[in-house]
Design a protein around this ligand. Structure first.
Ligand code: NAP
Length: 270
């Protein structure tokens, strides 16, 4: 129930038609008996959105494309992980002071919680915001990253920051790959028949994690499953990053029961 004390939280980005953040947050707020609501506030310009956050005030703001870097100059503080990744997906307003966090890294850590990365060859497809968070996490875990991106210069920039190797497609057939991470939007709804990697490169011993989260199982994951590989859907990352946002906001870590329930609610919508 909305009361005169209900706190407003927002997700900002453009466009926001497909954002599932209000679904995840409002579901968990209900389970935790929090008097808060999350709404989607799409806007093409960051400045007026940040003015709203500060003056309203908005307690928690989820930040999505294209604002994950644009939001940084408006913050009073940026946490270490967000600084290292160079992107912010969460802003917490504490008495008018805005702090920026990156919980995409926590989401990736959650999705890959059972995957050994140390000394493994990790093929990272894409070199945008999600790829940066993945590169940060994989490097921290001791994985060896192979960057493959449409625009080579962007992959080279990630290599400069995180180490690893930039490869072309010709590398793939002749070298072993242990883990594949798709951090491109290829395969996202409605383009569900597209995949970022030919199925001939998918093998039984691999783990394939597709960061795309608005499709139950992407073509890449279906092909990986047919090849006998272990598959991890982007929804796991989405849940992990969202629950961490709630923990940062209210200081309470949602328990396993809430995790199972929110997973069920979100996957039922796909
Ligand atoms: P981004 O910053 O725009 O980066 C997209 C990357 O994909 C770029 O490297 C781009 O290559 C590449 N790419 C895009 N279209 C391509 C195409 N048709 N062919 C080849 N490469 C292509 O986007 P992002 O924020 O990293 O998001 C990437 C995906 O991750 C999206 O689907 C997003 O929804 C998803 N995501 C999921 C979660 C989650 O919680 N599961 C969280 C964040 C993001 P160029 O460098 O050549 O442009």
């Amino acid at each position: 129930m909305i009361t005169n004390k209900t706190r407003l939280n927002l997700v900002i980005g453009f466009p926001l038609r497909h954002s599932q953040s209000p679904v995840l947050h409002n579901f968990v707020y209900g389970r935790l008996n929090m008097d808060a609501i999350m709404l989607a506030l799409p806007g093409p310009k960051i400045k007026p959105l940040m003015e709203i956050i500060k003056t309203f005030p908005v307690g928690l703001t989820c930040v999505t494309m294209p604002f994950k870097q644009a939001v940084i100059p408006y913050l009073d503080a940026i946490e270490k992980q967000a600084k290292a990744v160079g992107a912010v997906n969460t802003v917490i307003n504490r008495d008018g002071r805005l702090s920026g966090y990156n919980t995409d890294v926590d989401g990736i850590a959650f999705a890959l919680r059972d995957v050994v990365l140390k000394n493994k060859a990790v093929l990272l497809l894409g070199a945008g915001g999600a790829a940066r968070a993945a590169a940060y996490f994989v490097t921290k875990q001791g994985g060896k990253i192979l960057f493959l991106n449409r625009t080579k210069n962007k992959a080279l920039a990630l290599k400069k920051q995180f180490g690893g190797q930039v490869i072309g497609k010709n590398y793939l057939g002749s070298h072993p790959i242990d883990v594949i991470i798709n951090a491109t939007p290829i395969g996202m709804y409605p383009n569900v028949s597209q995949d970022p990697l030919d199925k001939k490169y998918l093998k039984r011993h691999q783990t394939v994690f597709d960061i795309v989260y608005n499709v139950g199982s992407t073509k890449l994951l279906k092909d990986a499953k047919s090849a006998g590989a272990k598959t991890i859907p982007g929804m796991e990352m989405f849940i992990g990053q969202g629950l961490k946002q709630i923990e940062l906001y209210c200081g309470k870590k949602p328990d396993n029961k809430i995790l199972q329930a929110v997973r069920k609610a979100l996957t039922a919508q796909l």
